[in-house]
Design a protein around this ligand. Structure first.
Ligand code: FES
Length: 325
């Protein structure tokens, strides 16, 4: 993984809750190329140690140069009320001139190159990878539709840039305007079977689109998504024990902690990337115990087999798991 130190070049408030942060090479050099949907993995000084946070790269111009030879990287960070520290740090501590350590760019949410129209659906701060896709599709002269949804118009960032890019292809949806609120059934009604769907936003929106697309027989390989949050505690989450058979370590996983977090805190070094249950990197063999699967990576059959799990997000149904970790 390509690790870099970047300098904060500019910070701007786009809405009361969203900050745009520009990053550059401290020596003024060109930054590594990226593709639409890519993100950087930030190493942030949180909770007395270092924690990773992922932020998508924003590309706003319908040209290839900003992707192939970027002079700056742009991210946008929404301040979350339930922040585990990352968004609060990016809002309260990051200033022009600061230096941040990042890895990447990494792309787990790429655009499909084949036939079929792209239907882009962004919810809230999920706009960041979707905007980059619209810019790339516009540059390539490819057809697309763009649905951008939020609680209210005032909370939507980058609207002017998107309107300039997408024109008539853009539909704005605001939850507080009943006439415009996002209706996923209506979106799917307007799609062709060859279309590819790209959705980024809150878990509820992604789950609803996946369920509706599946109910209509939509090919899963044409439904692309990226969650914008890491593992969030759910009602009823409980503490449990994990015996790591390969390393001989036993973890006590707190109710508000993931197995991955507990393993890292215990000095283990398991592989991980997205920490949202999407990329598959943290797949771990299950030796004993029943898993509460919460990922989007494993197939239904793999989940039913109870032989493998994503330790960044999935948990134990009972009090104990034994893993090949
Ligand atoms: S780190 Fe990506 S699925 Fe767990």
């Amino acid at each position: 993984m390509n690790e870099m130190t970047l300098e904060v070049a500019a910070v701007e408030a786009l809405t009361p809750l969203i900050r745009r942060i520009e990053l550059r090479d401290p020596e003024g050099g060109t930054l590594p190329a990226f593709t639409p949907g890519a993100h950087l993995r930030f190493q942030l000084p949180l909770a007395g140690g270092t924690e990773q946070r992922h932020y998508s790269l924003v590309h706003r111009q319908p040209d290839a140069a900003g992707l192939e030879r970027p002079g700056r990287y742009v991210i946008a960070v929404r301040r979350e009320a339930e922040s585990r520290g990352g968004s609060a740090y990016m809002h309260e501590h990051v200033r022009p001139g600061d230096r941040l350590t990042v890895e990447g760019p990494i792309n787990d949410f790429p655009l499909h190159e084949g036939a079929g129209r792209s239907v882009l659906i962004a919810g809230g701060i999920g706009i960041t990878p979707i905007l980059s896709m619209a810019a790339a599709l516009s540059a390539a002269g490819r057809d697309y539709r763009f649905h951008y949804s939020g609680r209210s118009r005032e909370q939507l960032a980058f609207v002017d840039e998107i309107r300039a890019l997408a024109g008539e292809r853009l539909s704005i949806h605001a939850d507080d305007e009943p006439d415009t609120a996002l209706d996923l059934d209506a979106v799917l009604d307007g799609c062709d079977p060859a279309d590819h769907l790209y959705v980024c936003g809150p878990k509820g929106m992604i789950d609803a689109l996946i369920d509706k697309a599946r109910a209509r027989g939509w090919p899963p390989e044409q439904v692309h998504f990226e969650l914008f949050t890491t593992a969030a505690p759910a009602a009823g989450d409980h503490a449990f024990e994990v015996e790591c058979r390969a390393s001989g370590v036993t973890l006590q996983v707190a109710a508000d902690q993931t197995i991955l977090e507990a393993a890292v805190a215990a000095g283990l070094d398991p592989l991980s990337d997205c920490e949202r249950g999407e990329c598959g990197v943290c797949s771990t063999e299950v030796i004993e115990g029943e898993v509460d699967h919460r990922d989007y990576y494993l197939s239904d059959d793999e989940k039913a087999s109870n032989s493998v799990m994503q330790i960044c997000i999935s948990r134990a149904r009972g009090d104990r798991l034994v893993l090949d970790l």
